[in-house]
Design a protein around this ligand. Structure first.
Ligand code: G3P
Ligand code: CA
Length: 285
């Protein structure tokens, strides 16, 4: 196994052994070790967003409680330059407000209800700040940080780097922080600012025919190639590994899809349903 993959694998094992003994494993204690080795990295997409409103502290807490290795967060910026966590570039779908994220100040955006659209149980959930998430989950769960539409937010990479540096979270490649984006130029810039932090390139379906040359170029600044799950094939997984990158496809929403990805030997799965990545009969033989 290549060193980078071995390191990530060991880090995942440590997290898993200290934080998590899945019920299915506990019943078969004699095979825990083997099964833990078969466990892949489990990323709670926008938090455990199948169970709680995406990109809220409730969803991140749920992901943590469900023993995700990482919570995934979408970072954007307010009008007054504060980093906040929301997926869409408007607040319309996931809050009781309307309008562009970039037209709200932090104070204004914090007034919005980001939970009621999902369920009344979550009424009053707020749009979190980036720093709030870092402070709440550092040392508890890995954080997969997506810079969402950084082309709309000049200076975003610097602000993210600054927040990590203030907390000494930029120092080592310890498997706890990964930064990714669909904007690959932004990742090149971020990698220069944070050379010790692993970075990832996100790839939508238009990258179905990604070439070996393109993968090799990504590998000059990125450690992860994280594609839409619909373009993942065993051959693509092999080619990504060939250039010493790992692959975490997004976004699995069924056990069948998680199993399909697992059987193709991906390194991690980005999923709304954290529980789908706990146990994989297809690989348990
Ligand atoms: O982590 C990858 C995934 O989050 C990218 O897609 O649209 O859910 O941000 P999206
Ligand atoms: Ca995302």
């Amino acid at each position: 196994m290549k060193m980078k993959r071995l390191f990530s694998f060991m880090a995942a094992g440590t997290i898993a052994m200290t934080m998590f003994t899945p019920p299915a494993f506990a019943a078969e204690n004699s095979t825990i070790s083997k099964q833990e080795q078969q466990k892949m990295i489990n990323v709670a997409h926008r938090g455990a967003s199948g169970h709680a409103p995406e990109n809220t502290m409730a969803a991140f807490q749920k992901g943590f409680e469900m023993k995700a290795d990482y919570i995934e967060i979408d970072v954007q910026m307010t009008e007054d330059g504060e980093l906040i966590i929301i997926h869409d570039t408007t607040v319309d779908r996931t809050t009781n407000g309307t309008g562009q994220v970039s037209d709200f100040t932090l104070e204004e955006i914090r007034q919005l209800d980001a939970g009621s659209w999902f369920s009344e149980e979550y009424a009053g959930e707020k749009i979190p700040t980036f720093e709030e998430v870092l402070d709440a989950f550092r040392g508890k769960a890995g954080i997969l940080i997506e810079l969402k539409a950084p082309e709309l937010y000049p200076g975003m990479e610097e602000k993210v780097a600054e927040a990590l540096k203030e907390r000494n979270m930029d120092q080592t490649n310890n498997g706890k922080i990964i930064i990714q984006s669909f904007n690959h130029e932004s990742m090149k810039k971020s990698k220069e600012l944070l050379p010790q932090i692993p970075h990832g390139v996100l790839a939508g379906v238009t990258w179905a025919d990604v070439t070996d040359e393109q993968l090799a170029e990504f590998a000059t600044y990125a450690d992860y190639f994280n594609p839409n799950m619909n373009i993942v094939t065993e051959e693509l997984v092999d080619r990504v590994h060939e250039v010493d990158m790992e692959i975490y496809p997004y976004t699995s929403r069924s056990q069948e899809e998680a199993n399909r990805l697992f059987a193709m030997n991906v390194d991690g799965i980005i999923t709304d349903y954290t529980e789908h990545v706990y146990y994989h009969p297809v690989k348990n033989n």
